[in-house]
Write a protein that binds this ligand. Structure first.
Ligand code: ZN
Ligand code: ZN
Ligand code: FE
Length: 762
């Protein structure tokens, strides 16, 4: 166990007393902590009590073995709990006769943490399928080790009346289990059974509610229809992964053209389809049960449209009893994608009409969801998790920071993959994934969640850390906190800050932010940035050479415009310009004209846009269906190559601010006679080496030998590993993301961390 801040100060008067009062702080509610304390106390023959408070857990024990009890309590904590600190002192004896768990007391301030939702445990799974068990096939089975937490909690302390389970009155049998300290459901707040718990219903136009909704739902799925299924943090849209027709329909309904869908399957099914490393397997069956992106082994039983052209597939295991029952019935992998349209927040309210716009039927129940949460998504890099989305199963767990703030700070995140983060003292709590804030509904969802976190953690922001972009919709939330001081944090500094925060670094680092787009200090669009400094002062010492983004947003959706603009900038000659523009007919001509006139162009140093342009230039695609679409194709192509040696040329110049000029690379890649895959690979290798060269310059100037890699482009595992190797070959220590994503989902953490550092210095 880490982070024990023991403060044992025996009161002189009671030094010999046999009664000890202990308060525990940390993740101690909703994780089986009180039953654990109960069992420890009993085992040592002690009397007294334990209770949840708004600040943590309070214990009083009395007897001969109080020291032994305390040792056991802090060293053998339940698997889901985490003690961040405790205080103990001797108090007068009370000669209590037994050990009890007493009802919770109210209000307190933000020291208590909220448990994340936990995937179905092995013992509950066994009971679920034991014909003799009274919870046989009960779709909401749970215990102190598993089940819903964050998504059902309305307020703290964590007790049934403060969850959305409050409307279900326990039957006598459940009540007995709940109250029996040796029971594994002792004080399991969501405890319930067939007799007293939530009820499933299958709703569809023109059918009577089924007697056996699960069997009926299985039949609907097997026949190729689309179901909205209520999960822990919201609704999924589910259909057979092998049904081309169902998957194609789902794409139309969701208005999502090519972005891969996540799948759900048993470990066996997953291993048939993907290469499952040991690290991936551990992640899949971990309590947070995230979607894990893995290399595809076989496409059997998976419709091509699930993940068109992608060599990686995202899979998760069934993490609720209902999921498991559905999968057992269907016996094949299911598409399980968040119920929403493109980038809106996930649907979690029981709005049947809205859901029936997206699905043929709705499999729902009457336990309300208090906080929505999309599934978490992760990859594996060097045997470690490499997060893409930190959400269900992981939020609202805190990160401990190397520095803190006495003032409460709220970070409002970026426009894409929006999250917010709250920071108080030396602790940050990043929120779940919310959506894209330019999408309708996202801002309202974010506002509601900020309020919810405020209530749970007794948090009122005194400082707002926001992106510099003047047009980010997130900025509208500033008005909600009229008294708060606003601190602007540049987007790519925030990326680097998020990495420093999670890695616990407060000293100097070289920060490489290879990203899509973000608003720069100079009003241009940044996205290929090199920083040097500590969290309070990150100086931009270099960047990619600027190029023009013709027509702004449009060039992001249609990267061929960008490619054309680069061909002009490179002076590639009339013939090649005409050939490239000719592919787009009249539009090509018009865009070429606009580019030549030089109107509506915005200078950018974005690495993501450079990937877009290169993909288009070498013929991997011309339009982008989702953020990172073309860069992913470029990566996929490179990974299929035989990894040829060699590099393309590039130049490093400039004065105080160093400029990495990749124009020579673009010329070379156009002239290269290698195949597309080989060229894609050499592009990656060259960029990795150029980054290492830039880091050398920073080290020569400063002596700093730590390099951090962040920004959305580093979701590209090939670039990540090539860059890390290039840096390690030069003797650098390399830091990469392990807790929050390298993409914009991590920005809010970086915002609060850098703001805290700046305020501390001030
Ligand atoms: Zn369980
Ligand atoms: Zn019951
Ligand atoms: Fe970004």
């Amino acid at each position: 166990m880490k982070n024990i801040a023991a403060d044992s100060s025996p009161d002189a008067a009671h030094r010999c007393s046999k009664r000890l009062r202990i308060t525990f702080k940390g993740l101690v509610q909703g994780v089986g902590f009180r039953p654990f304390i109960y069992r420890c106390a009993k085992a040592h023959g002690l009397t007294g009590f334990v209770k949840n408070t708004g600040r943590g857990v309070l214990v009083e024990v009395e007897g001969d073995a109080i020291e032994a009890f305390l040792r056991q309590a802090i060293t053998q904590t339940p698997p889901l709990s985490r003690i961040d600190g405790y205080r103990s002192r001797r108090i007068p004896e009370r000669f209590s006769r037994e050990f009890t768990i007493v009802a919770s007391e109210g209000e307190g301030a933000g020291d208590v943490l909220v448990s994340a939702d936990v995937a179905l445990c092995d013992r509950c799974r066994e009971e679920l399928f034991s014909p003799g068990d009274r919870r046989h096939l009960y779709p909401f089975i749970n215990c102190t080790d598993c089940g819903p937490r964050f998504t059902i909690i309305e307020d703290l302390p964590y007790d049934r009346p403060k969850t959305t389970m409050k409307r279900f009155e326990m039957c006598p049998l459940c009540r007995e289990e709940y109250a029996r300290p040796i029971d594994r459901r002792y004080h399991a707040q969501p405890i319930s059974c067939h007799d007293c718990g939530p009820r499933l219903r299958l709703l569809a136009p023109g059918i009577d509610p089924a007697d056996d909704p699960v069997t009926e739902a299985v039949a609907w799925l097997r026949s190729g229809r689309i179901l909205a299924v209520k999960g822990l943090g919201g609704y999924h849209l589910a259909c057979l992964a092998g049904s081309e027709e169902a998957v194609a329909r789902l794409r139309r309904l969701k208005r999502r053209e090519r972005k891969p869908f996540a799948l759900m399957g048993t470990l066996e099914m997953i291993e048939r389809t993907c290469v499952v490393s040991e690290a991936a397997r551990i992640l899949l069956v971990s309590p947070s049960a995230p979607i894990v992106l893995m290399k595809r082994r076989s496409s059997e039983g998976i419709a091509p449209d699930v993940a068109p052209g992608a060599s990686r597939i995202g899979f998760m295991v069934p993490y609720t009893p209902l999921h498991l029952m559905l999968l057992n019935g269907v016996e094949r992998p299911l598409v399980m994608t968040s119920a929403n349209r493109s980038d809106d927040p996930i649907i979690y309210r029981d709005d049947t009409e809205e859901l029936l716009d997206l699905a043929d039927a709705v499999l729902t129940h009457d336990r309300p969801i208090r906080a929505f949460a999309d599934d978490s998504v992760t990859m594996v890099d060097s045997g470690e998790p490499y997060p893409i989305r930190r959400s269900r199963g992981l939020v609202p767990l805190p990160l401990d920071l190397p520095l803190g703030s006495r003032r409460a700070i709220l970070g409002l995140g970026a426009m894409l993959k929006t999250t917010f983060t709250i920071l108080f003292q030396k602790r940050a709590i990043p929120s779940q994934y919310i959506g894209n804030s330019d999408s309708p509904g996202t801002l309202e969802a974010m506002r509601a969640m900020i309020e919810h976190y405020g209530k749970l953690f007794r948090f009122e922001p005194e400082v707002l850390a926001v992106d510099r972009h003047p047009d980010y919709p997130n900025r509208l939330l500033i008005d909600d906190f009229p008294g708060a001081e606003v601190v602007e944090i540049q987007h790519h500094r925030a990326h680097i800050g998020s990495l420093m925060a999670e890695a616990g670094l407060r000293g100097k680092m070289i920060g490489v932010a290879m990203d899509g787009t973000g608003y720069g200090d100079d009003g241009t669009i940044w996205g290929g940035e090199f920083f040097l400094g500590d969290p309070a002062s990150l100086k931009r010492f270099g960047h990619l050479r600027y190029f023009d983004l013709p027509g702004g947003e449009q060039a992001i959706r249609e990267p061929w415009r960008l490619a054309l603009s680069l061909l002009v900038a490179l002076n590639r000659g009339e013939a090649s310009l005409a050939a490239f523009a000719g592919r787009f007919g009249d539009r090509g001509e018009r865009v070429l004209e606009v580019i030549r006139k030089g109107v509506a162009r915005i200078p950018t140093s974005s690495c993501g846009r450079l990937f877009d342009a290169v993909a288009s230039l070498i013929g991997l695609g011309d339009t982008s269906d989702f953020d990172g679409d073309l860069p992913a194709r470029l990566q996929e192509a490179a990974e299929k190559s035989a990894r040829p040696g060699g590099y393309y040329p590039y130049k490093i110049g400039g004065g105080d601010t160093v400029v990495l000029d990749l124009f020579p690379l673009l010329d070379a890649i156009l002239d290269d006679r290698h195949g597309v895959a080989e060229r894609a690979f050499i592009f990656h290798a060259t960029l990795a080496r150029a980054i290492a060269d830039m880091a050398q310059i920073a080290r020569d100037r400063s002596g700093v030998g730590i390099v951090g890699l962040s920004g959305g482009v580093f979701q590209n595992l090939l670039l990540l590993s090539l860059t890390r190797s290039a840096l390690e070959d030069e003797g650098f220590e390399v830091v990469v993301h392990r807790q929050v994503p390298a993409n914009d989902g991590g920005v809010s953490l970086g915002q609060v961390f850098l703001a805290a550092a700046m305020l501390e210095k001030r």
